[in-house]
Ligand binder design. Sequence first.
Ligand code: PGA
Length: 251
Amino acid sequence: MRKNIVAGNWKMNTTLAEGVGLAKDVNEALKNAADVKCDVVICVPFTHLAPVAAVIDGKLGLGAENCADHVKGAYTGEVSAPMVASTGAKYVILGHSERRQYYGETSAILKEKVNLALAENLTPIFCIGEVLEERENGTFLDVVTRQIREALFGLSAEDFGKLILAYEPVWAIGTGKTATADQAQEMHAHIRGVIAEKYGKEVADNCSILYGGSCKPSNAKELFAKADVDGGLIGGAALDAASFMGIVTAF
Ligand code: PGA
């Protein structure tokens, strides 16, 4: 059956020294926590990957926040999936709404990134979600269906089964405005249905679907209690070890 997962997304925060310190704190807290019922991952800036890999144990997963849509070559400033994998990272966030919105990442680009990540045995944490206008005009289910179809439905069932999905309503990211547990459940059940239609019930049932958007210790329990919410992708609250662990222990 599918795994419960709590993943931190540090975004463009922390200097190297601060990031290594935070990773050590999370690592230590996780080691000392009794009865952790989920996988725990931190996704950190590229510059932090190798130094963080050196200070954490196997129990804490490590990921990047993005990778390039080309495997190597003359793409100044880009970081490829093989480079990410060579640091010891095992995960990569792809399709985050900030990448789509500020850096023009389209489904066609994301499709390439997913393929390149899978080729390196990295687990993509693939983000999908509607903007406020789409929530308000009632098209949100269709928008998310389209995001999944366009970027992911070229995959074989075997490869699709390697993905983690993260539903992140854009209007809830960093705004303090969380989707209600019922809104999250409605969308997660919809996503699972879309997957089932294409790949069958078993693949859909085995897919971990995380919720992201102002998830914090005070609301994590209610969100994670929903049948189709398998954990969280955590931004702001992942920058403080105690808050992050408050979410990890909500399971
Ligand atoms: P937030 O960010 O928890 O700060 O809302 C979540 C995300 O963007 O992954």
